[in-house]
Design a binder for this molecule. Sequence first.
Ligand code: FE
Length: 338
Amino acid sequence: MQSIRLGLFLLASASALPALSQEKVLNLYSARHYQTDEALYANFTRQTGIKINRIEGKEDELLERIKNEGANSPADVFITVDAARLAQADALGLFAPVKSRTLEERIPDNLRSHDWFAFSTRARVIIYNKASINPADVQNYEDLSSPKLKGKVCVRSGAHPYNLSLGSALIHHLGEQKTEDWARGLVANFARAPKGGDTDQIKAVAAGECGVAISNSYYIARLLRSDKEADKKAMEKVGVIWPNQKSFGTHINVSGGGMLKTAPHKEAAVKFLEYLAGDEAQAYFANGNNEWPAVKSVNAKNPALESLGSFKSDGLNVGTLSKNTALAQKVFDRAGWR
Ligand code: FE
């Protein structure tokens, strides 16, 4: 079929021949959709002549699609958020190992596995209502299960990957039993049943419906950068804590991607991954969602993030987070964190 189509094409348009033989493309399946990414991809095409065909969708849908397409999948690179999802793609055997000195030199050890790479990081932090909570009482994730906070905690579903990755890190640091005790205490402190996303929790803390919540850092930066008067007012009412500064550090998660085993354009795929680790792309990639660049020497110049200050992050390899994700789900289920 392929050769027939090609034959017809050659007959139909000889002038298109050079374009065909030189056609360089990359098929990108992306679960990231930010406006600044347009410039990021256009710049890659300008530098390399490789055109990017982008398929956007939700993480799970894209994974499902790649699985179903199997050996015939046109996907070259898959980009998504959350280490647990990257690890899920890995566990399904979808990624191919990538050997690249550029990537190994630029992406820190704890932010990559043997076949996928993180390109930006986000932290899971504690938000508190300045009027009703003493920040000294909420310095650690563990503090959120203290009876002191009865009726004050708001958090999204325990089934969400962000919380499962946090649970996975806690199991690593505290053990399964202590993590379950913690989750039980957390549930006992709920101000309301889990609902909504992280932004909803921040707004509920600002409104005084809850005293404290857990949120990813980029939702905070996004609200800090908002032009809306209501958002500005809300952010004046809340404080941000980097949890566990005196112990294992604040839990971090990532956006990242890898080359697919079935990638038809492997050379272009590696080039693209290396491009994402470059200085300019790093700043763009991170700023697109108010995250920090994975490459340490790159400054994203994001005033909202900078206003939050610096912190000690958990050095746990994000690739190992997935090891305990399924267990974290069981632990949260037992504790009643729906
Ligand atoms: Fe998110």
